[in-house]
Design a protein around this ligand. Structure first.
Ligand SMILES: Nc1nc2c(ncn2[C@@H]2O[C@H](COP(=O)(O)OP(=O)(O)OP(=O)(O)O)[C@@H](O)[C@H]2O)c(=O)[nH]1
Ligand SMILES: [Mg+2]
Length: 224
């Protein structure tokens, strides 16, 4: 069963969830049109910076302390290419203790930020397994997916060559971005590229469905 992250254990989540409860859309008498919801999942080994990236994107702040995550969820509205969209971010646990519950989390995802640290080759190797697990669970080679090399501020401790990272991304046919949750470098770029890919895919699927519908309608109205 999908385990629901408990907002009471994380004051930030509580804030986010409360903000949703009193959003102007809910208070107004007429229900406003809901913005499209995109569900992003943060995956990667423990300690690579998934939470730090999420918190930078959400609140513009860097958390120095390492506190392993079990699962935390966040919600944010952003304007993307002139359209307001809502993003749900599920920040998952990299620690192996939680590996067994990953399938359930991955199932609900519509786009994945697969993070490793450029200072830690083991975390780069692990992206292979994360990719395989995601493709197995989602059963879709074209699922929006971004490979993210984090901790780019630690250039002097780099142990995964840039070419190696690019080759893997090219092999998977996914974009590659290097980020620093510490300096905020490319943090927005990573999230926005993924959301843009999710949005384009939904629009393309919606169009295909509409065409299919109108084909069916056309067929049933044909007079012979
Ligand atoms: N220098 C530097 N440190 C970072 C960066 N991102 C994260 N860290 C640090 O790395 C440690 C781990 O970061 P987290 O974001 O907690 O890692 P995580 O991937 O969420 O780990 P789990 O929750 O266990 O899966 C923390 O001490 C962060 O401050 C970065 O871009 N640069
Ligand atoms: Mg974390």
């Amino acid at each position: 069963m999908l385990e629901t992250p408990n907002p009471s254990t994380n004051p930030r989540n509580l804030y986010t969830w409360c903000a949703c409860l009193v959003s102007p859309a809910k208070m107004s008498k007429k229900p406003a049109a809901q913005p499209t919801l995109h569900k992003v999942i943060m995956v990667g080994s423990g300690g690579v910076g998934k939470s730090a990236l999420t918190l930078q994107f959400m609140y513009d702040e860097f958390v120095e302390d390492y506190e392993p995550t079990k699962a935390d969820s966040y919600r944010k509205k952003v304007v993307l290419d002139g359209e307001e969209v809502q993003i749900d971010i599920l920040d998952t646990a990299g620690q192996e203790d939680y590996a067994a519950i990953r399938d359930n989390y991955f199932r609900s995802g519509e786009g994945f930020l697969c993070v490793f640290s450029i200072t830690e080759p083991e975390s780069f190797d692990a992206t292979q397994e994360f990719r395989e697990q995601i493709l197995r669970v989602k059963n879709d080679e074209n699922i929006p997916f971004l490979l993210v090399g984090n901790k780019s501020d630690l250039a002097d401790k780099r142990r995964v060559p840039l070419d190696t990272c690019r080759e893997r991304a090219q092999h998977w046919q996914v974009p590659y971005v290097e980020t620093s949750a510490k300096t905020r470098d490319n943090v927005d770029k990573a999230f926005v590229s993924l959301i843009r890919a999710m949005s384009s895919l939904k629009k393309a699927n919606g169009l295909a469905e509409e065409q299919e519908e109108s084909k069916k309608k056309g067929a049933c109205c044909t007079v012979v």
